[in-house]
Design a protein around this ligand. Structure first.
Ligand code: FES
Length: 66
């Protein structure tokens, strides 16, 4: 699903940017170009970034199964 139509950035692109090391909305914005045109996608993009960063943090904190 496209989050940012102007820059053709999907939810998958945002999650991939975070998995690749982006830790903030600004990191994702710099890597994907999301929200850099009309800006009407910013609220949805920020929500997705926050949720994805939190998910990555929780996954990193989980113990490795033996
Ligand atoms: S829809 Fe994302 S900048 Fe326009």
């Amino acid at each position: 699903m496209y989050v940012c139509v102007c820059q053709a950035v999907s939810d998958h692109d945002i999650r991939r940017a975070i998995a690749g090391g982006a830790h903030t909305f600004e990191d994702v914005q710099a890597r994907t170009g999301c929200t850099t045109c009309c800006g009407c996608c910013e609220a949805e993009a920020r929500e997705l970034v926050d949720a994805s960063v939190e998910s990555e943090r929780r996954a990193a904190a989980l113990p490795v199964a033996a």
